[in-house]
Design a protein around this ligand. Structure first.
Ligand SMILES: [Zn+2]
Length: 275
């Protein structure tokens, strides 16, 4: 009996070692009126909006980081409009969050940025001088949009100094890209012209689909609330993308992870490592 148990444990371990380990990294939050996040009538309602990164420890691809959160020098670097509209009330740097996982920026092999907005690209400077800064994967459409925006005085939520850091080498994708059998990237033309989402096939938790900022919250998804604020010019892209995500959710029997849903992020952080 004893031997059998040992054998079973051994087998279980070897199966587990094959899959990826996913950790949701909470990087603090912004707090602002809800109407700036989603279409919402009550101007007094407030919302907590977390900054999030995802660490994927992958058996063949190495350590992958999806997004890097805000920049801790935000008060000096961000525009007055950003600081006014989306005030940061809690700041945890990507370096601190990685340290909690026993990692440093040197341990990251690949960075994927869902898009280059300030609250996603803000931690890039921590990777200057590491191997990861030479492998920063973004969509071609978002990269072009980011440079066009900052070079024409239409920065919006892009800040050049956050993403145009020393030694950075972008790798761009323009269509669905499979990095491994269990990790696929897809491009959403909503929020910006190219936000990267991920399809993550886990051993024990099914398929996880990350939307990033094309859909901010579970409420926005379920009640079909388009984004508020000034980032989006029309709601057409939001609804087109929503339809596509709903189809993907069905096809993959997927669990969705949204871009800025405080309750969901807290819940997933509490779950610990997802494998
Ligand atoms: Zn964004």
């Amino acid at each position: 009996m004893g031997l059998k148990t040992k054998e079973l444990i051994g087998k279980e371990r070897s199966v587990r070692a094959m899959g990826m380990k996913i950790s949701i990294l909470y990087l603090g939050k912004m707090e602002f009126p809800k109407f700036r996040l989603v279409d919402w009538k009550d101007e007094g309602a407030m919302v907590q909006s977390p900054a999030v990164a995802i660490l994927i420890q992958h058996p063949t691809l190495g350590n992958i980081l999806y997004d890097t959160g805000n920049c801790e020098d935000f008060s000096a670097v961000y525009t007055e409009e950003m600081l006014h509209d989306y005030p940061i009330t809690e700041m945890i740097s990507i370096q601190e969050a990685l340290a909690q996982k026993g990692l440093t920026p040197d341990d990251i092999d690949l960075i994927i940025l869902s898009h280059l907005h300030f609250d996603h690209a803000g931690g890039l400077k921590h990777f200057v001088g590491t191997k990861a800064i030479r492998r920063v994967l973004v969509s071609e459409a978002d990269l072009k949009n980011a440079y066009w925006s900052v070079m024409t005085g239409n920065g919006g939520a892009y800040i050049r100094s956050l993403f145009d850091v020393e030694g950075i080498q972008f790798q761009t994708i323009r269509e669905t890209t499979k990095l491994a059998e269990d990790l696929e990237l897809f491009i959403q033309a909503s929020h910006t012209p190219g936000v990267i989402g991920m399809v993550l096939k886990t051993d024990h938790h099914g398929t996880i689909l990350t939307t990033s900022d094309t859909i901010y919250t579970a409420e926005s998804y379920e009640k079909e609330l388009p984004p508020g604020g000034t980032i989006n010019k029309t709601t057409d892209e939001f609804f087109d993308n929503l339809k596509r995500i709903k189809e993907m959710e069905k096809a993959y029997h997927a669990t969705l992870l949204f871009g800025h849903d405080y309750d969901q992020i807290m819940d997933w952080v509490a779950k610990g490592v997802i494998d």
